[in-house]
Design a binder for this molecule. Structure first.
Ligand code: IPE
Ligand code: IPE
Ligand code: MG
Length: 260
């Protein structure tokens, strides 16, 4: 269902959440996913790792569309970490080509679903043609209002904090910023995505596939109070049902934020 098509008296997102067995009032605003296990999925079938990445791209499409349908405001996907540059060049270049292909192929669907594409990371390390496709996609979808799909590319959480510190230092040195007024929102504003226009700066839930239980340098600033859900399924086999089960687990948690 196209969530921009309003039916009087019915909120399509609420209906979608209810039919997935979720409480529409307690859906996470910002979901972040560490899409792990592509290589293992392919290896387990006797295939090259790259086939796992290709299959994984189809799952990205399905999960993005379902997130819009549910009324989630921001979906951040860990697609390529700063550490992933250490992989063999044949794999990193395949991933870059796949990203380019994905962006070109998805533009129509992003527009149809009202999804704004964002990217976080040291994007200057991406090949220039991929960077150009990324910029074109971001520009073309900038006015979309249903959900932000934020791709973490060449992303490292520590790099992001370092880069924000550099931006603060530059602003202080230039006399644009008083050190006394540096607070959390001043840092937030200098993170790669800046302040989120959908009011979803902080991550509510981090989902990691392939049964791993580590953060691998993902969103240390944004996820300080996120609930963490580890899922056994490998990313290429992760289904909408697995996704809804992870969101149910999130909804079953009691979030206290340090209170009593
Ligand atoms: C995740 O799958 C995708 C990226 C990191 C780009 P992996 O490629 O890490 O797959 P495994 O963990 O080796 O199975
Ligand atoms: C994390 O997965 C990065 C992405 C999913 C893009 P990795 O497979 O790179 O993480 P580690 O090496 O297992 O921590
Ligand atoms: Mg991995």
């Amino acid at each position: 269902m196209n969530p921009t098509t309003a039916v009087p008296g019915i909120d399509p997102a609420h209906e979608a959440a209810r039919s997935a067995g979720l409480d529409p009032a307690r859906l996470p605003k910002h979901v972040a996913i560490i899409m792990d296990g592509n290589g293992r999925w392919a290896k387990g079938r006797g295939w090259d790792r790259t086939r796992g990445h290709r299959q994984g791209a189809d799952v990205v499409r399905a999960i993005t569309t379902d997130s819009v349908r549910l009324g989630i405001r921001r979906l951040t996907l860990y697609a390529f970490s700063s550490e992933n540059w250490s992989r063999p060049q044949i794999e990193t270049s395949y991933l870059m080509r796949l990203l380019d292909e994905f962006l070109r192929g998805e533009l129509a669907t992003l527009q149809e679903n009202g999804v704004r594409l964002e990217a976080i990371g040291r994007l200057d390390r991406l090949p220039s043609d991929v960077r150009a496709t990324l910029d074109a996609t971001r520009t073309a979808t900038a006015a979309n209002r249903n959900m932000a799909l934020c791709l973490a590319l060449s992303y490292g959480g520590r790099d992001e904090i370092v880069d924000a510190c550099r931006a603060i230092a530059r602003d202080v040195a230039a006399g644009r910023l008083d050190p006394q007024s540096v607070d959390a929102s001043a840092v937030q504003a200098r993170l790669y995505a800046g302040a989120c226009r959908f009011g979803a700066d902080d991550v509510d839930v981090v989902i990691r596939t392939a049964g791993e239980s580590r953060l691998s340098n993902f969103l240390p600033w944004q996820a300080i109070y996120a609930e963490y859900v580890s899922v056994a399924a490998l990313w290429p086999e992760f289904t909408i049902t697995d996704y809804h089960a992870a969101l149910k687990e999130f909804q079953a948690r009691e979030r206290r934020f340090g209170g009593v």
